[in-house]
Write a protein that binds this ligand. Structure first.
Ligand SMILES: [Zn+2]
Length: 269
């Protein structure tokens, strides 16, 4: 696996959840074309089961945007994963992105499930997604408020099932850089099969730290960052694509951490 930072843009999924940012299929396709021109590696095109329009948008982008990986979001339940695959099947590089919450607070109040049940759901979801495509991303929702031993267990399990990217989201924008460093470092030290996946981060900006947390995670070994144009997204938004990618904070290193030459890639290097 090449040691470079993958830029995963979720303007069309998380970004669209910010008030006033809804787009129709045509607008989403236009945005996807711009993201492709910018040179992002992965476009999360939507959440296919959430509505027929979103399904259509993901399917249209999957058929027309041929450079980047096209990802579709799915909860860790079979109907979501099957619907995501229906939308993605024609993509040149499809990715199913499945997720389930792993923090005790989400388990108790949202999912009403035990840790064992969630671990099983995560395994089953990745196994099903993997039956459709090689490229499977798993997100442990609310990872930064998850018990670290349990997070290690979940990450190990989903890698065993074939997850190729494991995302550690700061879902509620709760963490700080030193804490994120500790989480990523612990996962890399304790999860025995961690080398078989790419670690990813997804940071929300409630404390104004989304970009700082993303950079801390990269320094600790994460190799995919999730971001949006102008940092739009749920509540305070996400890490912004342009702050992280064009400021040179990452890419001034030689060779650039993202593996692309700035001279040949103008905007999203
Ligand atoms: Zn998010």
């Amino acid at each position: 696996m090449a040691d470079r930072v993958i830029i995963f843009d979720t303007t069309l999924r998380d970004g669209e959840q910010s008030p006033g940012a809804s787009m129709n299929v045509e607008e989403k396709l236009k945005m996807a074309r711009q993201l492709e021109a910018l040179g992002v590696d992965v476009i999360e095109a939507g959440f296919p089961i959430s509505s027929d329009e979103d399904f259509e948008a993901v399917r249209t982008i999957a058929r027309q945007i041929r450079g980047p990986v096209i990802a579709g979001l799915a909860r860790a339940i079979p109907e979501d994963i099957e619907r995501a695959w229906e939308a993605l099947a024609d993509a040149r590089h499809p990715r199913i992105h499945t997720f389930i919450a792993t923090s005790d607070i989400h388990l108790e109040y949202k999912l009403k499930k035990t840790r064992e049940e969630v671990l099983d759901d995560a395994r089953r979801a990745v196994r099903l997604a993997k039956s459709f495509t090689e490229d499977v991303e798993f997100s442990a929702e609310d990872a930064t408020r998850t018990d670290l031993d349990y997070l290690c267990q979940v990450v190990q399990a989903v890698i065993e099932e074939g997850a190729t990217t494991v995302n550690i989201p700061d879902t509620v924008g709760y963490t700080i850089p030193s804490e994120f460093t500790k989480i990523i470092t612990t996962l890399r030290q304790r999860v025995p099969n961690i080398d078989r996946c790419r670690l990813s981060v997804h940071c929300h900006n409630d404390l104004g730290l989304a970009v700082a947390n993303s950079l801390a995670a990269i320094q600790a070994g994460a190799r995919q960052v999730e971001c949006t144009i102008n940092g739009i997204g749920e509540r305070a938004g996400n890490a912004s694509l342009e702050e992280r990618c064009t400021c040179g904070t990452i890419c001034s290193h030689s060779p650039p951490a993202c593996g692309r030459r700035r001279s040949t890639r103008r905007a999203s290097c």
